[in-house]
Design a protein around this ligand. Structure first.
Ligand SMILES: [Fe+2]
Length: 399
């Protein structure tokens, strides 16, 4: 259910109250959170998936020693029949097809994905490519994207190294041949086991954690008012924000002060944020970030979210002030502060990216970025009507 464009501020609450009905999907997922999630606790879950496993690991996770650790702990005694290290940023379809070709004919029960959103979404898309008769290009090019007819028989086991939330969502964001971000949706794409382990997150660079934390907050916020918001997405969003508010200062300012507890909090917060957005769809923030983070402008989705969030919040404030206030309160802020200013403060303390001009975005690109963003589904579903001209102003403010 969508807000009428230009809905008056006093009618703008959480969208769930306006919807005649809502649909929430509780994925058939095991969520392992906190210490040893990617260690012996994951090892204990694997027999339920099967006996033969493939591995998809980011180059940075392998370099950080996480692959070796995974093999000696969670995968001890497990048969690994395929191993791919290094995945393209933004989960390019060409990469997905190449991995699917590599795995074709190899019998595997589960694909363990260790990395950020690109790795995990590549794993989801790969299981679909191996399973589906349809070409992936068909699955992403029809609008709305069809739900895959049958659940892929290969289960994804996701071990996130960032707070992207991809481990919890039932969609895969991929990049097509033209460099456009496309989303494949279907509840049965959700990873079957999620293992968010503080000892894994701790190895990631502080700025990556900071930027993906801002992306997680964008997920929480948009989940409060996006078209399909529902009781589950709202509960997950608000508690996700609370966990993030608790852990974020400690994990970004002084990593050694963070410790297991703080990394457990932000890890669980990222998972909650992913569950929330997976159930709610999205608005203008995602529309703009899909375009900015497509790879053309030298920035990732997470960097785009970090840069754009306060600016999009200011634009959306007349239509979403209640939701913004609830987010800030959940994060531990006060009801009197301007919500966008509160998020700016948090972003600065965390050390996340704050300006478009720091990337390969020229000021003269903004009009085109705005026009492309206006065609994204998120822009059309935004609670405040957003056209090319108004999106251009939102981008200017983040310049
Ligand atoms: Fe997202």
């Amino acid at each position: 259910m969508m807000h009428a464009p230009g809905a008056s501020p006093d009618s703008a609450g959480l969208v769930v109250n306006e919807a005649p009905g809502s649909r929430a999907v509780l994925n058939r997922q095991v969520l392992l959170l906190g210490a040893d999630s990617a260690g012996w606790r994951l090892r204990a879950e694997l027999p339920a998936i099967g006996t033969r496993f493939g591995l998809l690991v980011s180059a940075s996770a392998a370099e950080a020693g996480l692959l070796a650790r995974l093999k000696s702990e969670a995968l001890a005694g497990i048969e690994i029949v395929a191993e791919v290290v290094g995945v393209g940023a933004g989960a390019p379809l060409v990469g997905v097809r190449a991995i699917a070709r590599e795995l074709e004919g190899v019998e595997i029960d589960g694909l363990v994905a260790l990395g950020g959103g690109s790795v995990i979404d590549t794993a989801k898309a790969t299981t679909l490519a191996l399973h589906s008769k349809a070409d992936l290009a068909e699955l992403v090019q029809s609008a709305p994207p069809p739900i895959p007819p049958d659940p892929p028989s290969i289960r994804v086991i996701a071990i996130p190294t960032t707070l992207s939330g991809a481990e919890a969502t039932s969609n895969a964001g991929v990049t097509d041949e033209r460099g456009a971000k496309r989303v494949i949706r279907g509840w049965n794409l959700a990873p079957r086991i999620v293992a968010s382990d503080p000892a894994v997150l701790e190895r990631s660079p502080a700025q990556l954690i900071a930027n993906t934390a801002m992306m997680a907050l964008a997920h929480c916020l948009e989940s409060l008012y996006a078209p399909a918001a529902n009781p589950l997405s709202i509960a997950a969003a608000l508690y996700g924000a609370e966990l993030m508010g608790r852990g974020l200062p400690a994990v970004t300012s002084d990593k050694s002060a963070g410790g297991v507890e703080a990394f457990s909090d932000v890890g669980a917060g990222g998972v909650m944020a992913g569950l929330a957005i997976s159930n709610a769809r999205s608005g203008l923030q995602h529309a703009v970030c899909h375009v900015l983070g497509s790879g053309r402008y030298g920035m990732s989705q997470a960097q785009a979210h970090a840069v754009m969030l306060p600016s999009v919040m200011r634009f959306n404030e007349p239509a979403t002030l209640d939701a913004q206030r609830r987010l800030v309160l959940a994060l531990g802020g006060s009801a009197t502060i301007e919500p966008a200013a509160f998020i700016e403060g948090l972003r600065q303390t965390a050390g996340a990216d704050a300006h478009l001009r720091a990337f390969a975005v020229r000021r003269s690109d903004l009009a085109e970025i705005a026009a492309t963003s206006a065609d994204e589904p998120g822009a059309r579903a935004n609670p405040r009507e957003a056209d090319g001209a108004s999106i251009k102003r939102v981008l200017d403010a983040a310049w």
